[in-house]
Design a protein around this ligand. Structure first.
Ligand SMILES: [Zn+2]
Length: 276
């Protein structure tokens, strides 16, 4: 990973050997700019200890997310109730990671108590599961039929962003601005300034941070500029499965272009998810 920007090794990174190495690679004694944190790491077919070795090697602190929601959502792991959540949190106890979930669909909280959810550090979600014509959940990356024209889709997609940001207990919008394959080539024209403004305003109003996704190299720079100007906070995320977590090249490149500083980033503060 190319690291040319200034990095930060603060209290949150105590005991993380790779952080110092990351700072040395930066080759600078300049004042720290922001923490290197990947808040979108999926364990899936790896263990937390395997993943922690990569965290140290890459000098990046990780936030581990498991999918959370009802069993209607199909993923390698879907936490659906307190017992499953607490068992998962036990496996992370004492490890130098942030503990999150990737919430799925508007009803995701139905199986959990607030007490259990408060044990999390943060909640991340995305907009890539979308209401189909019959109202059922539709995974947009599986190239479903019935999305309508690009303009019809965008109108519904922006509304879907707003509904999620306004109603879900979330700290981070992940994979933001991603478009289905049928429309991805038109990203620059479909994400008009007015559409971006609607989503950005909702993020600011509800205090939701925007992930800069290295997994998808999104949102694009113009989108991020508009978000920064409005005061949106950012996170970095790989959406990585082993061994791809902590690879943050795109996030770091645009952070440098936008001259982001530590206070432009959201970090979990130890008090649990903000909207629980
Ligand atoms: Zn994910």
């Amino acid at each position: 990973m190319r690291i040319t920007r200034r990095v930060f090794c603060g209290a949150a990174f105590a005991g993380l050997a790779g952080c110092a190495r990351g700072a040395r690679r930066a080759g600078t004694a300049e004042k720290p700019a922001f923490p290197l944190v990947d808040l979108h790491v999926h364990l899936d077919n790896s263990t937390v200890d395997q993943v922690l070795a990569l965290s140290a090697e890459r000098g990046v602190k990780f936030g581990i997310v498991e999918h959370a929601g009802t069993k209607e959502n199909v993923y390698p792991v879907v936490l659906s109730n307190d017992e499953e959540l607490l068992r998962h949190l036990d496996t992370l106890a004492g490890k130098p990671v942030f503990k999150g979930v990737q919430a799925e669909w508007l009803d995701w909280q139905s199986g959990f108590s607030k007490e259990a959810l408060k044990k999390l550090d943060y909640i991340l979600t995305d907009t890539m599961t979308f209401p189909g014509p019959d109202g059922r959940r539709m995974k947009l990356w599986e190239k479903p039929e019935g999305l309508g024209t690009a303009q019809e889709f965008m109108a519904r997609y922006v509304d879907w962003h707003l509904q999620i940001i306004e109603t879900m207990s979330m700290d981070i919008l992940a994979n933001g601005t991603w478009l289905p394959a049928a429309f991805a080539a038109e990203y620059d024209t479909l994400w008009t300034e007015a559409r971006v403004a609607k989503v950005v305003d909702a993020l600011v109003k509800h205090g939701v941070a925007l992930e800069i996704s290295s997994g998808f190299s999104l949102p694009k720079l113009s989108w991020l500029r508009q978000a920064k100007a409005a005061g949106v906070k950012f996170t970095m995320g790989s959406n990585g499965r082993y061994p791809k977590m902590g690879l943050l090249d795109y996030s770091l490149t645009v952070a440098e272009q936008l001259e982001l500083q530590a206070d432009d980033f959201f970090l979990p503060n130890g008090n649990g998810p903000r909207r629980i």
